[in-house]
Design a binder for this molecule. Sequence first.
Ligand code: ADP
Ligand code: MG
Length: 591
Amino acid sequence: APPAEKFEYQAEVNRLMDLIVHSLYSNKEVFLRELVSNASDALDKLRYLSVTDPDLLKDGPELDIRIQTDKDNGIITITDSGIGMTRQELVDSLGTIASSGTAKFLKTLKESQEANVDSNLIGQFGVGFYSAFLVSDKVAVSTKSPKSEKQYVWEAEAESNSYTIREEKDPEKLIPRGTRLTLYLKRDDKGFAHPERIQKLLKNYSQFVSFPIYTWQEKGFTKEVEVDEDPAEVKTGGDGEPKKEVKKKTKTVVEKYWDWELTNETQPIWLRTPKEVSTEEYNEFYKKTFNEYLDPLASSHFTTEGEVEFRSILYVPATKKEDITDRKTKNIRLYVKRVFISDDFDGELFPRYLSFVKGVVDSNDLPLNVSREILQESRIVRIMRKRLVRKAFDMILGISCSENRDDYEAFWENYGKFLKLGCMEDKENHKRIAPLLRFFSSQSNEELISLDEYVESMKPEQKAIYYIAGDSLSSAKNAPFLEKLNEMGYEVLLLIDPMDEVSLTNLNSYKDKSFVDISKEDLDLGDKNEEREKEMKQEYSQTCDWIKKRLGERVARVDVSNRLSSSPCVLVAAKFGWSANMERLMRAQSI
Ligand code: ADP
Ligand code: MG
């Protein structure tokens, strides 16, 4: 046989391995979650490809995961009948950082700059395949791709920065298709090779894997056997002679044997009746599927029938999504008739401004070989998209109506800017977005209010929704423009986020009340006294001329007005010009 060939890891993998082997001591059991999820991914890939190429299943129709433990030697084997890897794929996948979760993990570590790694991090992110080394001294991956005639073995030790690849020659170790991982456990971690321990961990970690997981378990059954009565108990006859007949008696014995036992339930949670699924189950499914560590803020499970049939569970995460423009979110997992298709189609199923929503969508109407092009053209997808968006809004509205104000505050803090983006990008849903917006107000103390709350407390004669933009809460609150409105008891929205003003301008009005910027020159509060104004203008016209001369080009006009109550003067923006805030925004963008 050709000798094993030696390869060096990519530098990042070395760093990660070093960390895994030397710094992470708790949460080690996540290795099982990671490896089972890889097995499940490999089965998903095979099932998906076999739809168009049934030949791929010729080496065995079974799609399952089997886990065997050898507690005496501290060995665990995890075998899947999935897509397997060719020799090249082994090199590409298990010597570099493939998982985006792992990359994120490394980045977070770098940012936190902590020598003492929070071991919870690994539970939150998962480090993919390399987590095998949390518990193993040595790992072997023996794998057979349907694309390759040969089976290859990848092998590495924990304390090494290289691995080897060789061909599998041992006929006893050949598998028809898929991948078998063998973990040689560290001395202190041999306890994981206990069949009951593995079963318990699997119940905890893998209850939502949609392929059967079998574990090799010792079983027993009882049976009655006839045995000779104990000679010591055989009574002697009156004459001292042993009785001739040997009595028989029955005895219960336990017969032991080993067999595969199904450990998980494989019906996908979204196929179940919503009434019968508990909140805990929805939350668990979410955390397992999306590798999240916090419960979601809300979830929604629904089925649509009729014109277009699909099932879905959607979630609003409690964790912040940083980058509003990031389209590679992999937040929506698309299934067609239970077959996982892709998590790459978020953009086709949701508008950009709702890209923080996570979930699964299972359609009965799309073809299994669905592509981005098909999705973009499909009338079915257009209808699905509409329904999904509506459900997402219902879910968010649900949070905003919850008893617990903190929940919506958390939501707004995380995703407020996404909804503001929605004001710009989705006119059709303005009615759904507007009630979800929140602003600071001149009449509330640092507390955000909704437009409904604003409208409710409007004065009877008040015509419009007033706002003023500023670059901080205190500068907006202290703007001279507010004096008059405060005196009249009119509430004013204080827009301190640059996107606030743009979103209101896009909305145009709310409940038939238009939005009015109180810093614009034509502000009409319905309290004009034209006689008196004329007199004042005349009386002060020379003063105004004098000031205009002094200020020159810096202002367009100097005027007398009734807008202030105690401040002597104020700078106003032209009716059709930009507000001071917009000017700031534009200036910031042109830099
Ligand atoms: P991720 O699963 O996020 O891609 P991992 O580090 O867990 O990252 O796995 C790296 C890659 O190794 C996978 O993307 C896959 O290509 C390959 N791989 C791992 N386990 C298996 C397996 N059981 N069968 C086939 N390929 C696998
Ligand atoms: Mg993985």
